[in-house]
Design a protein around this ligand. Structure first.
Ligand SMILES: [Zn+2]
Length: 258
């Protein structure tokens, strides 16, 4: 197997990461974010919930406050200052027009070249994917398309938000990664610090491994595929490129012509 290639250096200048909960970006992906922000790429986070149902011992209001603060600190650790929360309900996140519209609104406001989501696959590297994570990934993909279509959610036009076409969709945790980001060194350190920022939340999860060995190990495993000590693997779709099958179809048509 040839090594997984890096994303092209000039692929994008603005990234919006869309995830369900505080801490979802911090299991490896935030090390890639640190590598990007160090290169001057603008990265923003959109959290669909505040993760308020995530701590058994605490009331949701209290958990929401705690996890919001931890997420802001986690973002800051990797150079992200813009963090937004949509306040959809944690645990029962629903895929549908309301969620798609709310994400599309932020896409039109932020105007990213790349949208990064977690995989929506039912089964992935970490086992069975959780409901909110599947919904967040799929709603992100759909909202990307909605953001570019003038006639879907016309109320966004009334808010002064013109359509915006996002070029790249990036998915983390996808079982078939196409690209990698080398995070060896400073980016890895900052990624570790970003998971450590969720200290109180993680303390409530019995048996959760400490962030340093966990993130070091996750990125080391992914680094093997890229041929570097530490990497974050992503699946990337270039939505401005014609699908490969279109080229094959045209070639097939040319072969049968006349
Ligand atoms: Zn989560």
């Amino acid at each position: 197997m040839p090594p997984v290639p890096p994303l092209p250096d000039d692929a994008f200048g603005r990234v919006l990461c869309v995830v369900a909960h505080p801490d979802d970006v911090e299991y490896g992906t935030s090390s890639a974010v640190a590598a990007w922000t160090a290169r001057g790429i603008d990265v923003a986070y959109l959290l669909l919930t505040r993760g308020e149902a995530g701590m058994d011992a605490l009331r949701p209001e209290e958990t929401a406050r705690l996890r919001t603060a931890e997420q802001l600190a986690a973002a800051e650790a990797v150079g992200v200052t813009e963090v937004r929360f949509l306040d959809h309900p944690d645990g029962v996140l629903e895929h549908g027009p309301a969620l798609r519209r709310d994400i599309a609104r932020v896409i039109r406001e932020h105007r990213p070249d790349a949208l990064l989501v977690g995989t929506w696959e039912i089964e992935f590297a970490a086992g069975l994917n959780q409901a909110d994570h599947r919904v967040a990934g799929l709603a992100g993909l759909d909202a990307l398309r909605d953001a570019g279509n003038r006639w879907v959610f016309p109320e966004l036009l009334d808010e002064g938000l013109e359509p915006w076409a996002v070029r790249w969709l990036l998915s983390s945790g996808d079982p078939r990664p196409t690209h990698g980001v080398d995070v060896t060194g400073e980016a890895l350190e900052r990624g570790i610090a970003s998971l450590e920022a969720h200290g109180q939340y993680l303390a409530g999860i019995p048996g959760h491994p400490p962030p340093r060995p966990m993130i070091t190990g996750i990125t080391a495993l992914q680094g093997r595929a890229m041929g570097v000590p530490h990497a974050v693997l992503l699946r990337a779709w270039d939505l401005f490129a014609p699908p490969p099958i279109a080229q094959e179809a045209m070639a097939a048509a040319a072969g049968t012509a006349g």
